[in-house]
Design a protein around this ligand. Structure first.
Ligand SMILES: C[S@@+](CC[C@H](N)C(=O)[O-])C[C@H]1O[C@@H](n2cnc3c(N)ncnc32)[C@H](O)[C@@H]1O
Length: 372
């Protein structure tokens, strides 16, 4: 990363931003939504570590973006390897080609196309890395990976995204590493988007649902008319990181979602969710609940919090109690969760006990703990 001049890949950004810790947005769609960026250097580094590129490797990147990560990959493969990177945006591809040429990485091949199909032209690959959020693992990635190869993909499972390092065992992908991350979603005909619903009339509360049951925004908005129920869990933890708490909640029986809370709603008196953007939560047809926190006595100077749940709607007492109980069970399982695994089987494979089973178009995804 020291070898690659990052500012040449984000020519519009001031130097402090180009070399800062955040991602740099480079393209937006007509609604102003970011569709391409240079990912933050932290997540770039973590995913390159996960990919474990060796000199001489043939690498495919899906999501060329600015071309920055492709340049890092070219440094890792060296001249005896090869890097192909693909992007669905034509202008994005042109920009990446220009920047890679300016920075002296002419060896990187930049292709325009849908990365869900991989790129058969340069296959097989020793390594495939996806730098946009995927909802599924399409068959092309398996078909184009060389024996003993590795895939790293930010995979969304019930609204929770993790960068997963995967290796193939026959038809089954098995995780070798799992890291927290956030990515803009893949686009294209095969892409599955999350629902992002505003509770009407605009009150600054949104509910984001992945592949859950239908949501009645009118009923959930009405839930905000009565005071909430709060249930504290008694689980006191250091304030961040919360080891896979979101994943644990995603395995709950109730439909899971993320509640996005804008400042307007906070100012109107909505109970603060745990994070500045909102929090993981769950919903029923007329009630929703999300995680909250309050300060607890510190330990060795460390900031501690107690976790709890807040619920709005006619079923609020039951839902808040249920989520608080789920937090307690996370508190008991927390140590074991660092050993979490993910397996991706072909769609329709036999069911098995798992923390989460998520059925996708091409695959059946299992999130497994040590006891499963
Ligand atoms: C976060 S950016 C990638 C960052 C990039 N690796 C870099 O170093 O700058 C995500 C990119 O994925 C691309 N993308 C989204 N869906 C895609 C698809 N189906 N196939 C290929 N690229 C896709 C977007 O156009 C966007 O440029």
């Amino acid at each position: 990363m020291r070898a690659v001049p990052r500012h040449l890949f984000v020519p519009e950004a001031p130097l402090e931003q180009a070399y800062g810790p955040e991602s740099v947005v480079t393209f937006r769609d007509e609604d102003g939504i970011a569709i391409s960026s240079a990912s933050g250097p932290g997540v770039v580094a973590v995913m390159l570590e996960q990919l474990d590129v060796r000199p001489g490797d043939r690498v495919l990147e899906i999501g060329a973006g600015t071309g920055y990560n492709a340049a890092c990959l070219a440094e890792l493969t060296g001249p005896s390897g090869s890097v192909t990177t693909i992007d669905i945006g034509e202008e994005i591809v042109e920009g990446a080609r220009r920047s890679l040429a300016t920075a002296g990485y002419d060896r990187v091949r930049v292709v325009h196309g849908d990365g869900a199909d991989g790129y058969a032209g340069d296959a097989p690959y020793d390594r495939i890395i996806v730098t946009a959020g995927a909802w599924d693992v399409p068959p092309a990635w398996r078909e184009q990976l060389a024996p003993g190869g590795r895939l790293v993909v930010p995979l969304r499972i019930r609204g929770v995204t993790r960068a997963v390092g995967l290796e193939l065992d026959g038809q089954v992908w098995r995780s070798v590493s799992i890291e927290e991350c956030g990515f803009m979603p893949m686009r294209g005909p095969g892409a599955v988007e999350e629902l992002n619903l505003e509770l009407p009339p605009s009150r600054g509360v949104r509910i984001r649902v992945d592949d859950g049951k239908p949501v009645s925004v009118v009923a959930l908005a009405a839930a905000l008319d009565a005071p909430p129920a709060l249930a504290w869990s008694g689980v006191v933890v250091p304030w961040k990181p919360m080891v896979h708490l979101d994943f644990w909640l995603a395995g709950a029986a109730a439909e899971v979602c993320r509640i996005i809370v804008l400042s307007q709603a906070r100012e109107a008196g909505l109970v603060d969710p745990i994070y500045s953007w909102g929090s993981m939560g769950c919903y029923t047809p007329n009630t929703f609940s999300y995680l909250i926190r309050r300060p607890a006595a510190g330990k060795d100077g460390q900031e501690m919090v107690e976790l709890g749940a807040c619920a709005y709607g006619p079923d609020r007492d039951r839902l808040a109690t249920e989520v608080a109980e789920r937090i307690r069970s996370w508190g008991r399982a927390r140590d074991a969760l660092s050993g979490i695994r993910i397996e991706i089987h072909p769609a329709g494979s036999t069911d098995r006990p798992a923390m989460i089973t998520a059925d996708k178009r091409h695959s059946r995804v299992f999130v497994l703990t040590e006891s499963t």
